[in-house]
Design a protein around this ligand. Structure first.
Ligand SMILES: [Zn+2]
Length: 353
């Protein structure tokens, strides 16, 4: 009998450490616990200057998480009222969660990219060039059937109920209200440095990295992670999310050796940002090839769910896997390699001759 050996955890999956590390002068990394499949913690960076501190990505919108934010500040001897700014790299709850409380308790600024908006916000206009405006702009619940005709996400009823209530009464989710919305290439000063905003859509449409040219630091959120690849959803309101992500990977890779240290939202800091960005791009290029090969192997029009089994292991199958597969298939369609038809309410893809 073979023994089942559990796979070692990746660094992004390790539980939050209580240790606070100095990454660079005036830049500390603390970790907050999160309960999201595949992730064990989120890094909250604490950057100090003459006005007090700026926090980057202060964890989930849960009281217990906010208690840890306060504990971490306590550990480094910073009174809560010294927080003057919170930077949120993108509109996912493990990044924006604590921002609302921090603003309520301290009156701090909340800094995001100008497009910052949670994905179900009906006021968000879809990109003008999207050709499936109707399908991707309809407000939907995560468990609703997606446009490609597969099953919705499997979400336990307790969480469903919570999501349904917070959709009706969004203030229960304690969504942050940004006070500063940065545009690409805008300069912004905090932590005794001038930072440059780098808009990096892909993982979300509003993803923001910040670059400190003087010390070569890049706050890179979920855009580039050290050992896992960020989820690319086919459901963000952009025409070709995977292409956006490719462009954003090239964009940070173009900084080359100017970046001495990348500060990701999960896992450890790392030095070769360009190398890692290229590696992630290669990973997706490989997946595109696997889909072309799968098309030939199947020899018939394939649904998103058929194709998902070629990209993801059985234990990873489900709504998120399908959504990422859809992003890849749509990329191949929009670049002219595949054709999409619809049959029995399901999208089907075939390679063009
Ligand atoms: Zn994220």
């Amino acid at each position: 009998m073979t023994e089942v050996v559990p796979r070692p955890l990746k660094q992004e999956q390790l539980p939050a450490s209580d240790e606070i590390m100095e990454i660079a002068p005036g830049v500390l990394r603390a970790q907050l616990p999160i309960s999201i499949p595949g992730l064990g913690h989120v890094n909250m960076y604490i950057l100090e200057d003459e006005r007090g501190v700026t926090l980057v990505d202060p964890g989930l919108p849960e009281k217990s998480s906010y208690e840890v934010v306060k504990k971490r500040l306590d550990q480094v001897g910073v009174p809560l009222k010294r927080v003057h700014s919170v930077i949120v790299t993108h509109s996912h709850p493990d990044h924006f969660g604590g921002a609302h409380w921090l603003q309520a308790d301290t009156g701090c600024d909340i800094i995001t990219h100008e497009k910052f908006r949670v994905f179900w916000d009906p006021s968000e206009p879809p990109d003008a060039d999207i050709d499936d405006v109707e399908m991707r702009s309809k407000p939907r619940m995560p468990w609703d059937a997606p446009p490609w005709g597969g099953p919705g996400m499997e979400i336990p009823w307790k969480r469903r109920a919570r999501i349904a209530v917070t959709r009706k009464i969004p203030r229960l989710l304690r969504l942050p209200t940004p006070t500063v919305r940065l545009v690409d290439a805008q300069h912004f000063r905090f932590a005794r440095r001038d930072w440059v905003a780098v808009h990096t859509p892909g993982h979300t449409a509003d993803h923001l990295c910040l670059f400190d040219p003087e010390h070569g630091l890049m706050l890179c959120g979920d855009h580039v992670l050290p050992t896992i690849t960020p989820h690319i959803s086919g459901l963000i309101r952009a025409k070709d999310p995977l292409n956006l992500f490719f462009e954003s990977l090239d964009k940070v890779a173009a900084f080359g050796p100017q970046v001495k240290l990348a500060l990701p939202a999960h896992g450890n800091v790392f030095s070769d940002l360009a190398g890692r960005a290229n590696e992630i791009k290669e990973h997706h290029v490989g997946r595109l090839q696997r889909l072309r090969d799968a098309c030939i192997e199947l020899g018939r029009p394939a649904t998103v769910m058929d194709m998902s089994t070629y990209l993801f292991s059985p234990r990873s199958q489900g709504g998120m896997a399908d959504s990422e597969t859809f992003a890849h298939l749509e990329h191949l369609r929009l670049t002219g390699e595949m054709e999409r038809t619809e049959s029995n309410g399901q999208y089907q893809y075939i390679l063009k001759d």
